[in-house]
Design a protein around this ligand. Structure first.
Ligand code: SF4
Length: 458
């Protein structure tokens, strides 16, 4: 696939690995995906090219996650298999970064001593330097506790030539009991608006049409910046600044926190033509008891008020959410509260997760209240059935309407079809006749399933 290479020319790293091939294997969230793009950029700046697979690679970077995957088991299983990969060629180098490396550096080192570099989430820009050091001195572990600076000057190799992830903030000031982010990514730090604007302008110059602003809690963006002597969230202002970037077509953002949604953000989303009418508003649970135990900072009532506010403020808003099923102590009644929020809110899509304890989080200590796996599976199925029905109803509302489609890729099933997203974020397919990747075109929606739309060119 064609990639976009941004090189910060002021960063003088001497290319030294021409001819070698790298592979970056990513687990977890969009934040990790974007970190992997930066790792790839730094490797290419050092002269390497992308390998087609792990087996084809000389330098392998594993970007680990502790949030979404059954991370620990998966990671150590993967590292065990990679011992064989590494032993097959003495020149091969194995690097492990990301949240699991940040949290459990000693464990990674002890369980997989064949790893050349164990590095933390805040050491991303040092990856080539650490690789050099490991070649000179042997296995190295470098995990900085606390944040140095945002890695804003790292180059990136982006997987898409159409849309790009742009980090606006790292870390999180909240303390949800199921989440490891605050301890591995540190407190919230926001990038300067001028720095973000610069990156977005460069991306647009290189052909990018859509950006997704990334942060753990984007709507509190800027709280740590003092602009004109004032400290307050500047997310709405940032949207206004980016909306003025010429030739940029679309702005998305994820993830906001329900408690930090302000009227002015929602008003801006509605007013600004490039900011899409899609809002992700992570529920996690509809039960006040569970929400308190999760330390989410809102009640069911407050959450529903935000849903109403979004629906009343943004024209034809598409809402999506996250739900964790089977949080410790969740009763049938608690679960029913979650279902009632879904029935009321009518989300376009729900990202569902079965609770599994993450070592190092408070919730992993609630062992006495862990829910039986069969009960979690049963609740998960009920949630899925309900939401599939709701999603289908929601998606059907587009049939017969005209929408703007940004074409991103070929369909996985057939090269006769291209696929992309309409403004609301719904995956939409279209025949590849007379259309190419990167087109931003008006389409007529002709069919809807619970998960995707079909369209034709207007
Ligand atoms: S808001 Fe909660 S779930 Fe999100 S990153 Fe922060 S601690 Fe984790």
């Amino acid at each position: 696939m064609k990639t976009t290479l941004e090189i910060n020319r002021s960063k003088k790293i001497k290319p030294s690995r021409y001819g070698l091939k790298y592979f970056v294997k990513t687990f977890g969230c969009q934040m990790n995906e974007h970190d992997s793009e930066r790792i790839a950029g730094l490797f290419e700046q050092d002269g390497m090219s992308k390998a087609s697979s792990i087996d084809d690679s000389d330098i392998l970077f594993i970007n680990t996650c502790t949030i979404r995957e059954n991370a620990d088991d998966k990671l150590y299983g993967t590292l065990g298999q990679l011992k064989i990969w590494k032993n097959a060629n003495s020149k091969r180098k194995l690097l492990v970064g990301g949240c699991a490396a940040q949290k459990d550096k000693e464990l990674v080192r002890n369980r997989a001593p064949w790893v050349d570099v164990v590095m933390g989430t805040h050491n991303l820009t040092d990856v080539v330097h650490l690789l050099n050091q490991s070649e000179d001195w042997g296995p190295i572990t470098e995990v900085t506790e606390g944040i140095k600076t945002l890695p804003t000057d790292a180059p990136s190799i982006r997987e898409s030539e159409v849309s790009a992830l742009v980090t606006i903030q790292i870390g999180c000031d909240n303390s949800c009991t199921f989440c490891i982010v605050p301890s591995v990514r540190g407190p919230e730090i926001s990038r300067r608006p001028s720095d973000i604007l610069n990156e977005v302008s460069n991306l647009v110059d290189s052909g990018i049409k859509e950006i997704t602003l990334l942060g753990q809690n984007v709507n509190s963006y800027g709280r740590d910046l003092k602009i004109n002597g004032k400290s307050k969230p500047y997310f709405s202002e940032l949207l206004h600044i980016l909306n003025d970037v010429k030739d940029l077509k679309r702005i998305r953002f994820t993830s906001p926190h329900p408690k930090d949604f302000k009227d002015n953000t929602l008003i801006s989303v509605n007013e600004l033509d490039k900011v899409t009418n899609q809002i992700h508003i992570p529920l996690q649970s509809g039960s006040n008891t569970v929400l308190r135990k999760m330390q989410r900072g809102y009640s069911k009532k407050k959450f529903l008020e935000k849903v109403d506010l979004a629906k009343n403020t943004i024209n034809d808003v598409s809402l999506t959410t996250d739900v964790i099923v089977g949080f410790p102590g969740e009763t049938d009644e608690d679960f029913e509260e979650t279902l009632s929020v879904l029935r009321y809110s009518k989300f376009d899509a729900v990202y569902m997760f079965k609770f599994s304890p993450r070592p190092g989080t408070k919730a992993s200590d609630y062992k006495d209240e862990f829910i039986d796996k069969s009960i979690i599976d049963d609740r998960f199925m009920k949630l899925k059935e309900l939401q599939t029905e709701i999603s289908h109803q929601r998606y059907k509302r587009f049939i017969g309407t005209n929408q703007m489609l940004l074409v991103e890729n070929y369909s996985k099933k057939s090269n006769n079809y291209l696929t992309g997203k309409i403004d609301g974020g719904q995956t939409t397919h279209i025949s590849s006749n007379n259309i190419k990747i990167g087109d931003y075109v008006k389409v007529l929606i002709t069919e809807a399933t619970p998960f995707a739309l079909k369209s034709e060119l207007v």
